[in-house]
Design a protein around this ligand. Structure first.
Ligand SMILES: [Fe+2]
Length: 198
């Protein structure tokens, strides 16, 4: 399939994250979209007979493809997540968080600390197999996702997401992220996929 970059209001800057930072971040996202499409084209003519696990064109393309596609999906979630006013979640997502973590504040503390412990991402995700929600840590776009789990919130903690505005003060950036969190998107995703009926 051909990937197209989506538009997000948040790339014009949000409370505590500058327009310059968000626009630079968006350029990286556009780069992942471009690469995913480029790799798909190359896969059409790649030599399958020379596939090799140490080094081969197929291996290199497939590794790059997983990296690019998960980067696209995570950034699309992220840019949407960061377009709100930071209020607490309502509806199914809010009650799922309260049931699992005891309170929204407990969830927030876990998510923020996981953001400090991660080297790339935190994904707040729902696992369809056992009906649980969890703040999963990811060190790369493509190395940690959980099968059958759907992320509802993606927090980007790569340096490129904050260094320009915050230097190494990652905790301050994470605070800014949650000042802008938009739970409507997460609730809509839960409703549209039927997660809330499980
Ligand atoms: Fe990013």
């Amino acid at each position: 399939m051909k990937y197209e970059p989506k538009q997000f209001e948040s790339i014009n800057g949000v409370n505590g994250l500058s327009e310059k930072l968000m626009k630079e971040h968006y350029k990286l996202y556009e780069g992942y979209v471009k690469k995913a499409n480029e790799i798909e084209e190359k896969l059409k003519t790649v030599d399958l007979a020379s596939a090799n696990a140490t080094q081969s064109d197929l291996r290199s393309l497939k590794l790059g493809y997983s990296f690019a596609v998960n980067a696209i999906k995570s950034h699309e979630l992220y840019f949407g997540n960061i377009s709100g006013n930071g209020s607490a979640p309502q509806g199914w997502v809010g009650s799922k968080i309260a049931d699992t973590f005891g309170s929204y504040d407990n969830w927030l503390a876990d998510m923020k600390a996981t953001g400090i412990a991660a080297r790339g991402w935190v994904w707040f995700a729902y696992d369809w197999q056992n009906g649980s929600v969890f703040n999963y840590l990811g060190d790369q776009h493509d190395a940690f996702p959980i099968w059958h789990a759907t992320p509802l919130v993606a927090l980007d903690v790569y340096e490129h997401a904050y260094f320009m505005d915050y230097g190494v003060a990652r905790a301050d950036y994470i605070e800014a992220f949650f000042k802008n969190i938009n739970w409507n998107d997460a609730e809509q995703l839960a409703n549209s996929t039927g997660m809330d009926k499980m």
